[in-house]
Design a protein around this ligand. Structure first.
Ligand code: HEM
Length: 444
């Protein structure tokens, strides 16, 4: 990709490109000795950080990719006191818990309940061995300057489900294009100013310290997925429509909850049956707006429910034409946990945790992740009153979720979900700084 304007040697690689490796490790740490750590940050970590430019060409990619990000308490530990201009980052995710739909902290990973995590190292590679070697060598270099608090090993699912999240749907299809960076935006891709994702770039109007330029806020969420329970719900509640078998009705229900079929084909373009050729075609699989020339179609939910996950989190022309420039994130998540076992499938019950290690980058946590999660997905009246919450990620602190629009033949019909198929295990808000910020500010 030919880039103009952005310093791609200074921007960490995961932000705009994504590490996109089969294995990834999130290594959460606390800083035990700030002075010692600063020296090691400059000498041992900085040379390992994978830049955007390095990621863009396979020939320059190291064997193991490394990125780093800090929480507010991490920056404070490093005596970096200027405000980054984002109150949610400053408060940390645990303080924000009551606003995110999570039913208290009972399901949270204990290490996320508080502000004890100072930073996260992201390692990515083709094999676990490569990652383990990198971790071991960095741990020995860092010595007692940090303590490991928690880690989460994540991995792409095995063939034929590579690239699919655990419910089975192809993920990573729709990420925004960045003006001046994305060489060939695909039809239907949103086009954003760099400042929507990167601090201090065009389009970011908040006041930031100069050194924060080209950094990005990293929202991490460990989202457990109840896959056998989700599958059972689809099996039990097929959409009944003339010409569909029971299985096809179940598949249609799942597709309408997501807004895409498992292949990635959008239901807005393929309303009744999956179309794997469409799903695999990047020139067509994002090329829709939810609007159709027929006025009746555009007002109803025959093709895609208003509550569908991708319509909630990116309403496209439902909000405005051209599309609004706010409310966009760059997603870089990866599944974690094993495949569903035969026993789990037979009992319709999860016994081993699996889910999505959700990562999003944005220049504003309130205008990015929180807007999508809280204001859109968790609101039963977005985008119209009565549409219900997002059936995938919408959460009401554990209360039953009532959703309409899932049945194309009767949009007013409501479905009451007593199970949250996605359970938040918490996370943290981080800042992923530029390499020059690490060199000139964080490590001195
Ligand atoms: C798209 C699944 C959590 C925001 C998608 C897609 C799938 C999916 C299958 C379609 C593929 C694509 O367009 O790339 C999931 C699952 C989640 C989850 C299973 C939880 C376990 C979240 C969260 C957010 C989010 C927490 C933000 C708060 C989005 C956005 C899109 C998307 C913005 C792209 C919409 C578009 O551009 O059309 N997700 N997701 N997702 N998801 Fe999620």
């Amino acid at each position: 990709a030919a880039a103009t304007g952005l310093n791609l040697d200074d921007i960490q690689g995961d932000i705009l490109v994504g590490m996109k490796k089969n294995k990834q490790l999130f290594y959460f740490f606390s800083i035990a000795d700030p002075t010692d750590f600063k020296g090691k940050l400059a000498a041992d970590i900085l040379p390992l950080i994978t830049t955007t430019n390095q990621l863009l060409s396979v020939s320059t990619q190291p064997i193991t990719l490394v990125n780093i990000a800090f929480s507010q308490t991490g920056l404070t530990a490093l005596n970096v006191t200027e405000s980054l201009g984002d109150s949610f980052f400053a408060g940390g995710q645990f303080q924000d818990l009551p606003n995110l739909g999570d039913p208290g902290s009972t399901n949270w990973v204990p290490e996320f309940t508080g502000t004890g995590i100072h930073g996260v190292l992201l390692f990515a590679s083709d094999t676990d061995d490569n990652i383990n070697n990198s971790v071991a060598s960095l741990e020995s270099a860092l010595g007692d300057s940090i303590n490991k608090v928690y880690s989460l090993a994540a991995a792409a699912r095995p063939a034929p489900n590579v690239g699919h999240e655990h419910f089975g749907f192809l993920d990573g299809i729709s990420n925004p294009a960045i003006n001046g960076f994305t060489a060939n935006p695909m039809p239907g891709q949103s086009n954003l100013s760099a400042g929507t994702i990167l601090l201090g770039e065009t389009g970011d109007s908040a006041t930031r310290p100069a050194w924060a330029k080209d950094g990005s806020f990293l929202v991490f969420r460990q989202l457990k997925q109840l896959v056998p329970e989700f599958d059972k719900f689809l099996t039990d509640n097929p959409i009944v429509q003339h010409g569909l078998t029971r299985q096809q009705g179940s598949d249609l229900l799942g597709a309408r909850m997501v807004g895409r079929w498992k292949s990635g084909a959008p239901v807005d373009l393929a309303p009744l049956f999956d179309d794997p050729v469409l799903g695999a075609d990047p020139t067509r699989n994002n090329d829709f707006t939810f609007q159709h020339p027929n006025a009746v179609l555009s007002k109803n939910q025959t093709r895609c429910p208003f509550s569908a996950h991708i319509r909630k989190t990116r309403p496209r022309a439902d909000l405005s034409t051209p599309e609004v420039t706010f409310g966009h994130i760059m997603r870089a998540g990866i599944p974690y946990g094993p495949e569903v076992s035969a026993h789990e499938a037979a009992s319709n019950t999860t016994s081993t945790e699996r889910g999505l290690a959700f990562v999003s980058y944005q220049s504003s946590i309130s205008g990015g992740f929180r807007l999508l999660q809280q204001t859109w997905a968790d609101s039963a009246s977005f985008i119209h009153s009565g549409v219900g919450v997002d059936p995938i990620i919408g959460a009401l602190a554990g209360a039953p979720r009532v959703i309409s629009g899932l049945d194309p033949t009767n949009a007013a019909k409501t479905v009451r979900l007593t199970t949250d198929f996605v359970v938040s295990r918490g996370g943290e808000y981080f800042f992923s700084p530029s390499l020059s910020a690490i060199a000139s500010k964080l490590s001195v």
